[in-house]
Write a protein that binds this ligand. Structure first.
Ligand code: EPU
Length: 421
């Protein structure tokens, strides 16, 4: 198993190129099931999650090929398979995104019910409500959800749940409704840029979707979708993580291909803490200020502060001059990084879904364990700032969502190495 060894203390400086967004690429790749002809995607990051989905799509009869120019070519060769098996679904929850496309195009889907996950309870009841509103028959048999519909029909669907809307649930409904008969109106749809990107992709294939980026989607079903050429938006979570890497190391990083308009809530918090974040032409420059100030932050659905940058912010605020309060409102149990950061000298106290962060002058290197994708990024950030050496084990978590993070960090001055046990 690979691990990272980080010698903390280096100020980061230089340029980092932000890759395509994982959470946009995954549903867009799944949407290729809906299309006829070839789809060519640019900006699909090379990540373990992308490889898992390529494997699943392969099992579902979609050929996936990376070309030398890094484009990903997808084409449905065989539409007889409709089963997303437990083995792949349990490795990656985003596999559930094949449900809507399979149902719409092949009239049935059998998707293993995703089980528990390190970031907490993650039901799919809203996905299923959406599918059944469109006319699907839904049954749970032997741990698999079986869905069937000879014809999907447009409907009015409210997709809000106790924690707001659902990102991949909105993706599933949008993809199924794109080929349904008639018009679907989704209220309380997810507004995340990745969902808007999926809608843009589907429209480029011939779909008729309006309102994406807002909580009300109007989807007029069409007869068929044709493959197209499309470029995935940049990854806002990767960009936010590198902004915090600059801030925590007292450094300055220029983000090439960083979209500040997708990160306004994060920029607001960072500026409040004294971090400078400015546009400079096509790039965004993030630089540490003289003193890091504390903040009170709650995660929220987009355009609020993203849960996927909660752990990284906690690492950063561990070093602030004062006490911060971080509340998790999307995944109330997403706090596995708390105990690990405390091993590095952070002073974090968890109370329910809130963590009180008492800023300390110095974090101290220690062996720590990555527990999920974003928590691992927090460990890496803490390690970059800590005195001495940090060993982050189980970095396969980070490989799911950050493309060559150690190479990108090393190129801007971090002393980080990947080693194998
Ligand atoms: N929820 C329900 N019922 C559902 C679906 C969701 O109650 O049927 C609840 C969840 O339990 C949670 C909230 O609604 O409390 C939001 O969950 P959502 O469905 O939006 O999450 P997701 O679609 O499973 C995506 C991202 C996550 C990101 C969340 C929230 C992808 C592939 N995954 O997950 O990304 O944290 O939205 O923004 O897009 C990551 O990249 O590290 C990651 C976990």
């Amino acid at each position: 198993m690979d691990y990272f060894l980080i010698d903390g203390g280096a100020k980061l400086a230089g340029s980092v190129t932000i890759g395509g967004a994982k959470n946009a690429a995954l549903p867009i790749m799944a949407a290729s099931i809906l299309t006829e002809g070839e789809t060519v995607l640019h900006g699909v990051p090379e990540l373990a999650d992308v490889n898992h989905l390529m494997q699943l799509l392969g099992q579902l009869g979609v050929s996936c090929r990376r070309e030398a120019d890094d484009s990903l070519h997808l084409r449905v060769e065989d539409d007889s398979q409709c089963h997303a098996e437990y083995d792949l679904v349990r490795k990656m929850r985003a596999s559930v995104c094949v449900m809507g496309p399979l149902l719409a195009r092949r009239r049935q889907a059998q998707v293993s019910m995703p089980g528990g996950c390190t970031i907490g309870y993650r039901p799919i009841d809203l996905h299923l409500k959406g599918m059944s509103s469109l006319g699907a028959e839904v049954q749970l048999i032997g741990g698999d959800v079986h869905l069937r519909a000879d014809t999907l029909r447009g409907a009015e669907i409210f997709l809000g749940g106790p924690f707001g809307s659902t990102v991949t649930g909105t993706a599933n409904v949008m993809m199924a409704a794109a080929l349904a008969k008639g018009t679907t109106v989704v209220e309380s749809a997810a507004c995340e840029p990745e969902i808007a990107d999926l809608a843009e992709f589907l429209n480029a294939c011939g779909a008729r979707i309006r309102g994406h980026g807002s909580p009300k989607l109007v989807i007029e079903g069409v007869e068929r979708l044709k493959g197209c050429r499309y470029t995935i938006i940049p990854d806002r979570i990767e960009a936010g993580t590198f902004m915090m890497a600059a801030a925590i190391t007292d450094g300055e990083l220029r983000l090439v291909n960083g979209r500040m308009d997708h990160l306004l809530a994060v920029v607001e918090v960072l500026r409040h803490c004294g971090v400078s974040v400015e546009r400079d032409g096509d790039t965004v420059v993030a630089a540490a200020g003289r003193k890091l100030m504390p903040a009170t932050v709650a995660t929220q659905p987009y355009p609020g502060y993203p849960t996927d940058l909660q752990a990284q912010l906690m690492a950063l605020l561990s070093r602030a001059a004062g006490n911060s309060v971080i509340t998790e409102k999307i995944f109330p149990d997403r706090f596995l990084h708390v105990a690990e950061l405390n091993r590095m000298g952070a002073r974090l106290r968890k109370e329910g879904a809130t963590v009180i962060v008492e800023g300390v002058a110095q974090l101290i290197g220690a062996p720590v364990m990555a527990s999920d994708l974003r928590a691992s990024a927090a460990m890496v950030l803490a390690g970059l700032a800590a005195k001495g050496q940090t060993r982050v084990s189980r970095v396969y978590h980070i490989d799911r969502g950050y493309e060559q993070i150690e190479a990108k960090l090393a190129a801007v001055g971090a002393a980080i190495r990947r080693l194998s046990e």
